[in-house]
Structures are given as structure tokens and as C-alpha cells.
Design a protein around this ligand. Structure first.
Ligand code: MF3
Ligand code: CO
Length: 248
């Protein structure tokens, strides 16, 4: 069942999403060579708590950290670690959520560490652009498949592949709600999106093949071919005549 949010709920959603966005911006400022991903996790935790919110991911289905920090061939759900030291040329995907008065924001970005290769730059750019392709023309009455199809088409046209094992989702009181929002599919198919529904749209894009593997920790998803991947996610509100990107 897809929940429609009341105006009162949307006030809290907007606030949760602002905190989520501000956390990403703060982490961005702290990304540089020699920083550990554990330090970034602490920065996020402290900031979210200081805003009167809670990290949405911490203890979610047993997830042990406040952020996901996925470096290079790690696609999503990378565990922050004091042994993971960022180095010049890495790319790092940061995924974070803040829960404010019971409502969740969810967003992700892939950031460069220092100077990165032109290939990695392009991967990050196309991934980000695929999100904006996905929301083109999106408004109440659209189908989830409309988003999926636009993202897939744009990514594949640019020579990259879409991860299929993980998908976007509704978001609100729960971090993951109906509907699922795959980054691949057919226009006109899937759930219909009504006014005042909130969804997280999150393309995960591999530079090489689409295939993935999961690490022994049961969470971290990596590319099978070892090539890098990027992630871009925003929480989006569907309105009568368009969308409001709540985490931008
Ligand atoms: N944005 C990711 C997702 O929607 C982050 C979830 S990490 C988890 O699936 F730990 F909270 F599951
Ligand atoms: Co998400």
C-alpha cells in the first residue's frame, strides 16, 4: 500500500530531508585523502543528533552505522571503518538518512577524493544526470515504470549498466515503504504515483557489467568485475504538476 502524506506529515518530511541534505554537505567538506570512513560516520552521527534527529540507518535491520560509505568498486552499503583510509583518486558514495520526529529523509551522492580520473568523473556525472532524466515530466498520475525506463535508457545509452539487485523505494515513517522503484523497466508499468507520495529515487550505476556480489558482512554490495560504481539518491515529493526534490 502506497501511503499518501498529509500536509502535517510533509512538514516533518521536509525537515528530515533538510537535515539529510545538510549532513551530505558537511561530509562532502570533510572528504579528502587520509580521512577514514569511520571519521565520516562520526561526523554524520554527531551532526544528525545535534539537529534533534536520529540517523535512520543506525540499527535498521541490524545495520551498524549512521552512513554507508562505499569506495570505488563498492556500490552501496559500505561499512565505515577506521582501516578504510581515503586516497587521492578514489570515488566514495555516501548514503545517509535522518529521522526527524518519526519521518525519514534518504539521500546519496558519489564524491571525488582529490583529483580523480576523467573516466570516474564521467561515471559520477552520468549517474547524477540519470536521476534528473528519471524525474523528467514526473507528476501525480505517472507510473513507477516511467521513472525506471528513463533512468535505464539514459545510463545504458551512455555505456554503463544499472544494478538490479537493489532499488529505490517509498519513504516516510519507515525508511523503506511501498512502492519499489527499480532503475530499470518499462514506461506505463508498475504502481501509479498519487499526489503527496514521497519516494527515494536512487540509480546505482556500474562502469562495467551490471553484476554484483555481496561481501561476507552480508551488506556491502560490490561490482563483480571490480570496476567502479556510483550512486545518486534524493527523496522526492510527487505533486499535482511536478515534483519537489526534498533532499536537494
Ligand atoms: N539508501 C539506502 C537504501 O535506501 C540505504 C539503506 S542502508 C540501511 O536502501 F542500512 F539503512 F539499510
Ligand atoms: Co534509499
Amino acid at each position: 500500500m502506497i501511503k499518501v502524506k498529509s500536509e502535517e506529515e510533509l512538514v516533518l518530511m521536509r525537515k528530515a530531508c533538510e537535515i539529510t541534505r545538510d549532513t551530505l554537505n558537511l561530509i562532502k567538506q570533510n572528504i579528502k585523502p587520509n580521512v577514514t570512513t569511520k571519521e565520516l560516520d562520526k561526523i554524520a552521527y554527531d551532526f544528525i543528533i545535534s539537529k534533534g534527529a536520529k540517523p535512520s540507518f543506525l540499527h535498521y535491520e541490524g545495520y551498524p552505522y549512521s552512513i554507508c560509505a562505499s569506495v570505488n568498486e563498492e556500490i552501496v552499503h559500505g561499512f565505515p571503518s577506521q582501516n578504510k583510509v581515503l586516497k587521492e583518486g578514489d570515488i566514495i558514495s555516501i548514503d545517509v538518512g535522518a529521522c526527524y520526529k518519526g519521518y525519514n529523509g534518504d539521500a546519496a551522492r558519489t564524491f571525488p577524493v582529490g583529483k580523480i580520473s576523467a573516466k570516474n568523473k564521467r561515471l559520477i556525472k552520468i549517474t547524477e544526470e540519470s536521476f534528473f532524466e528519471g524525474i523528467k515530466g514526473l507528476k501525480a498520475g505517472a507510473f513507477v515504470g516511467d521513472i525506471s525506463h528513463k533512468i535505464q535508457t539514459y545510463v545504458e545509452k551512455n555505456g554503463y549498466s544499472i544494478v538490479r539487485e537493489l532499488v529505490g523505494h517509498g519513504v516516510g515513517k519507515n525508511l523503506h515503504e511501498d512502492p519499489m522503484v527499480p532503475n530499470y523497466g518499462k514506461s506505463g508499468y508498475g504502481a501509479k504515483l498519487n499526489k503527496n507520495t514521497t519516494i527515494a529515487i536512487e540509480p546505482m550505476v556500474n562502469m562495467g557489467e551490471r553484476y554484483v556480489e555481496f561481501m561476507p558482512n552480508g551488506w556491502t554490495c560490490v561490482t563483480r568485475d571490480g570496476l567502479p560504481a556510483a550512486h545518486y539518491e534524493n527523496t522526492v515529493l510527487i505533486t499535482e504538476d511536478g515534483v519537489e526534490i526534498l533532499t536537494l
